[in-house]
Design a protein around this ligand. Structure first.
Ligand code: PHE
Length: 348
């Protein structure tokens, strides 16, 4: 209901502007709009009250009401901009992140020394055209022993006692277990040559001492072809030693025995520490044991799917930990598996 007082436009204007000034949030502004400018608001009601004025005042009053409406509307928009800007600034301040704060340090990891040496070794063989072939750590008795010419009661098994999962499955004692798998998988039934290195952990039931652990890494090499000779084995190993230890490096082959190679050799390198003069590391001999090797035994070739009358191969297997201990002058193999950060952090 409009009373004559309401029609006092000057009073209405000052009330409205006061209310607008007091509105200091989006919500308060909304309320102002509903009260004054919306179709249900005061200015609309004033326009409706025109009819109750004396006829001669109506035109002037209508004009004034319209002017009031327009003024309030434009003040309302101005005010809304101010409030919006202020509210945005407040939100930005509240949600601000200090990007100049130093970040939380993220400790950088490092490769284990065994991994470092392993990578180097594999890299050298890959440069010579060998590819990497991975085979399972859990092996069958056959792959680990039987097919490598070590039948159940072969005395050579005594040197490689291991951990058995059941009557047939065991943890491999050497990467040689992968030889048969590589020949069978890559040899295409004895029709294609094979040139692979097989890296990985091996396991043996050993007393743990400064020099032996129940787990250790080996890298196996296997090359099968139609005209492979002992001199090829020697050439590859010499090249390997020179790429890894320097162009002057020498190697030495000594006769040995493995059931799965014939003939078999142990391969030594000139001591990398004393250059052959004799020191603590080489026990005054001037030489360091590097690996076991030999020409793949005909029985093993046959088990791999090859006709031993047509195909030959050489194989070698080396322990990685020994090189790691020598390279970094670590005196106890147990450090390598102790997960002691004081050791590991030195390889960052
Ligand atoms: N598998 C043998 C070992 O663990 C090493 C070896 C590999 C010897 C290949 C000859 C050929 O002692």
């Amino acid at each position: 209901m409009t009373t004559p007082d309401d029609l006092d436009l000057a009073a209405q204007q000052s009330t409205a502007l006061g209310a607008l000034d007091a509105a200091d949030s989006s919500e308060a502004l909304e309320a102002f709009y509903r009260a004054w400018l919306a179709p249900s608001g005061v200015t609309t009601r004033l326009k409706r009250g025109i009819g109750r004025l004396p006829a001669e005042q109506r035109a002037a009053f209508g004009k004034d009401v319209n002017a009031l409406h327009t003024e309030l509307e434009s003040r309302f928009h101005q005010r809304r901009e101010v409030i919006k800007t202020r509210e945005l600034a407040a939100r930005i301040a509240a949600e601000a992140r200090d990007v100049t704060l130093p970040s939380r340090p993220r400790p950088a990891g490092a490769y284990h020394p065994v991994t470092l040496v392993m990578r180097e070794v594999l890299d050298v063989f890959q440069r010579m055209g060998f590819s990497v072939f991975e085979s399972p750590h859990v092996e069958t008795d056959d792959y680990n022993f039987g097919l490598l010419n070590m039948p159940a009661d072969h005395p050579a098994r005594d040197m490689q006692d291991t951990f058995y999962l059941d009557g047939e499955r065991l943890l491999r004692t050497h990467t040689s277990a992968g030889q048969i798998r590589a020949m069978r998988e890559l040899g295409a039934s004895g029709t294609k040559p094979v040139r692979v290195v097989l890296p990985g952990l091996c396991y043996r039931n050993e007393n743990i001492t400064t020099r032996s652990e129940i787990q250790f890494h080996q890298v196996e090499g296997l090359l099968v072809g139609r005209s492979v000779r002992m001199s090829d084995l020697k050439g590859v190993l010499l090249q390997y030693a020179r790429l890894l230890f320097g162009p002057e490096q020498r190697v030495r082959l000594r006769g040995s025995y493995f059931p799965f190679t014939e003939p078999s050799v142990e391969v030594d390198i000139r001591c990398t520490l004393c250059a052959g003069n004799g020191c603590r590391v080489c026990k005054q001999t001037g030489w360091l044991e590097l690996l076991g090797a030999g020409m793949v035994h005909p029985v093993v070739l046959a088990n791999g799917g090859y006709d031993p009358a047509e195909w030959r191969g050489f194989a070698f297997g080396m322990g990685i930990e020994r090189t790691v201990l020598q390279r970094y002058d670590i005196h106890d193999i147990r450090y390598l598996f102790g997960n002691d950060l004081r050791l590991l952090q030195q390889f960052r």
